[in-house]
Design a protein around this ligand. Structure first.
Ligand code: MLT
Length: 248
């Protein structure tokens, strides 16, 4: 298995596709998706385009439909939910399909929608995602950070490094193991970032520019704590049909 990390959808190669793709958006889309599916949502259907989201949601039974999303970190007008992982509680989402659009995370999903195996990952479920990759043993894994409007994000790279570390497992971060696993410099650099911050992930999220943006926008302390909770979930969101993620 060779894992390559791309820090934003714009960095994904124009040609080809990984045998597996893993989309990361720690603050907050893939953390929220994992918690929603953990709490019994029937599925999360991701849309980069809001008009397409509205059309799909309108054709879904209203009692089993929720619209969730943000732009710039702020809840979209007329939507049921923003993008807080704390809002997708079982009493709100159980049995319902969440039609979701976010600033960057759903765009990253769109970019690798054709991957034969597409998973979403956050710090919360990185070990469960690593185990699923080890079970499948794809030859190539493209890990795509959502970033922020094309720019590098500390938190997504941190989670990519955490995923690399989980895949290294017992081998540890020996040079030979890293050489065998990492398919590009970004993957090795993400792992080094994880080694630096693994003991204090929430501090890393508070240092990140989007973590600072969320704190400026309002009371997001609990969101940051939730998004920093490493291995707090075992759910693995898997794309079951284009744009539709289900727990598996
Ligand atoms: C994103 O898509 O960039 C994030 O999910 C934004 C957010 O939820 O604050």
């Amino acid at each position: 298995m060779r894992l390559s990390y791309f820090h934003s959808p714009d960095r994904v190669p124009a040609e080809g596709m990984g045998a597996a793709a893993v989309v990361i958006d720690v603050l907050r889309a893939t953390t929220t998706m994992a918690w929603a599916l953990h709490h019994g949502a029937e599925a999360v259907q991701a849309f980069a385009d809001l008009a397409a989201l509205d059309a799909a949601a309108q054709s879904w039974p209203a009692e089993r439909c929720l619209r969730a999303g943000e732009r710039g970190g702020q809840k979209l007008e007329g939507f049921d939910l923003g993008n807080s992982p704390l809002a997708v509680t079982a009493d709100v989402v159980s049995g319902r399909r969440i039609f979701m659009s976010t600033t960057n995370g759903t765009r990253a999903l769109d970019r690798v929608q054709q991957a034969p195996l597409l998973l979403t990952c956050a710090l919360a479920n990185r070990s469960a995602v690593a185990q699923r990759l080890m079970d499948h043993q794809p030859a190539t894994v493209w890990v795509v950070g959502s970033g922020w409007e094309g720019a590098y994000s500390l938190e997504d790279s941190l989670a990519a490094g955490a995923l690399v570390d989980a895949l290294l497992g017992q081998q540890g971060s020996t040079s030979s193991a890293l050489l065998q696993l990492c398919g590009n410099d970004e993957a090795a650099a993400a792992h080094a970032l994880w080694l630096q911050w693994q003991g204090q992930p929430e501090q890393a999220l508070r240092l990140a520019s989007h973590g600072q943006r969320l704190q400026r926008l309002g009371d997001h302390d609990a969101d940051l704590a939730c998004c920093a909770a490493v291995d707090s979930l075992t759910v693995v969101p898997v794309q079951s049909e284009p744009g539709v993620l289900r727990s598996s």
